[in-house]
Write a protein that binds this ligand. Structure first.
Ligand code: ADP
Length: 396
């Protein structure tokens, strides 16, 4: 019979000792321990270990165990597969050195140390990580501290979830919502403009019944507008992936038409056109019209105390240049560089006066760059802004 070794304190391992305590002392007895029962407990213990290991290795989430120096003790199969790494390249090394230091994020290390120090846990720490052959992935990390009974050391169990697919899906959904909502905004504001015209017309004729109808329609359009704006605000939207329908069109005709449409939507501003050009552009007429519209809507919106907006057109062969000048709040030099960034809003807190989401100029510059044009701004804070863009002329 094998002898059971005591540890340095002269005791048997705590868990086993506990397991056999209180049992009757039968014939095969060593140091007051029932050997039969001890064997049975050992089997159970082994079985539990195998069972736990089987679970850990079946779990599809990568799991890794770190010691108190944040070095890897071991990891499960999913971990080695996901990160495409061999155990010998991982074990006994600092975890944050994985992937050439991509995990060496100060905040992440602080969180891990805090888990060890305070016994706390953390959930949903999101990082971007480059996995060989898989590219950039979005990973979510969750950590718990636990004791290793075997040698009473503190360890961290780190569970890693690859949420790249979910995030991509969310992003696509947001992008889709964003494009739809933005596309809806323009026709709805045009309808609103026509409604106001109709109301003005009807009030001259003193037609109460029809005025009632238009008022009701106006209420519904307002609801629709706030719904669209709400949706635009609620999703972390982005705008990409336009479809372009090319054709050759008269640029001056488009400018005249767009000014006419926007003029109908405002009673406060007069839009003047200076300089007419004879020239053609090859591109998506509607999208380029959308750019002029965005600039005009902004010019009106960001010049609440002014009455005039000027649209200038000139030709600098081989390009046509279109400028929209307002006499409004203007933009400081520092912010002029940022206005074309997605979601950039200068007046973010002043929602009442300057409603918007910071997408219009981003979309406009995407469209202009698509046609190898340029978009830029001249502005003096407090005096006004001129937004300019150029497009290559179609050469016959
Ligand atoms: P928004 O929907 O917020 O107007 P834009 O992308 O069209 O989004 O504009 C981004 C930001 O640029 C606006 O929030 C505003 O601060 C600033 N901006 C745009 N046009 C003008 C303008 N004509 N005058 C002053 N500021 C402007």
């Amino acid at each position: 019979m094998k002898r059971i070794k005591k540890n340095s304190n002269g005791e048997f391992p705590a868990t086993l000792k506990e397991a056999v305590q209180g049992k009757d002392q039968s014939s095969s007895n060593l140091f007051g321990i029932d050997i039969k029962h001890f064997k049975h407990t050992l089997d159970l213990f082994k079985y539990s270990l195998d069972y736990a290991e089987a679970i850990v290795n079946t779990v599809r989430e990568p799991l890794v165990i770190l010691n108190k120096n944040l070095q890897v003790i071991t990891a499960n199969r999913a971990f080695y597969q996901t990160f495409d790494i061999l155990p010998e390249k991982l074990e006994n090394r600092p975890f944050y050195e994985l992937g050439g230091g991509e995990l060496n994020i100060p905040k992440f290390r602080t969180l891990l140390h805090r888990v060890l120090r305070r016994g706390t846990s953390f959930n949903d720490f999101e990082i971007e990580y480059h996995i060989p052959h898989k590219g950039k992935r979005t990973l979510v990390l969750n950590a718990r501290k636990f004791y290793r009974q075997i040698n009473s050391t503190q360890t961290i169990l780190l569970a890693i979830e690859d949420v790249t697919k979910q995030r991509d899906f969310e992003k696509q959904k947001d992008e889709f919502a964003s494009v739809i909502m933005h596309e809806l905004k323009t026709p709805v504001s045009t309808i609103n403009g026509y409604l106001q015209l109709l109301e003005a017309h009807l009030s001259k004729r003193d037609d109460k019944k029809l005025l009632d109808y238009t008022e009701n329609m106006g209420d519904q359009v307002m609801r629709l507008t706030s719904l669209i704006n709400g949706l635009l605000n609620s999703s972390k939207i982005r705008a990409v992936g336009f479809e372009y329908h090319e054709r050759i069109f008269d640029i001056n005709e488009l400018i005249v038409e767009t000014i006419k449409n926007i003029q109908k939507t405002t009673k406060t501003h007069h839009i003047a056109q200076e300089g007419r050009v004879v020239g053609y552009v090859k591109g998506d007429r509607q999208r380029i019209g959308q750019v002029i519209m965005n600039l005009l809507i902004n010019a009106i919106r960001y010049s609440p105390n002014a009455e005039k907006i000027i649209v200038r057109t000139s030709i600098k062969d081989p390009k046509v240049i279109i400028s929209v000048e307002d006499f409004g709040i203007g933009i400081s030099k520092v912010n002029q560089k940022k206005v074309f960034e997605r979601f950039f809003r200068l007046n973010g807190t002043n929602e009442e006066t300057y409603y918007g989401v910071g997408l219009g100029l981003d979309i406009s510059s995407q469209i202009i760059h698509h046609y190898k044009g340029k978009i830029w701004i001249d502005s003096v804070e407090g005096k006004g802004s001129t937004f300019n863009f150029s497009l290559p002329l179609y050469q016959t």
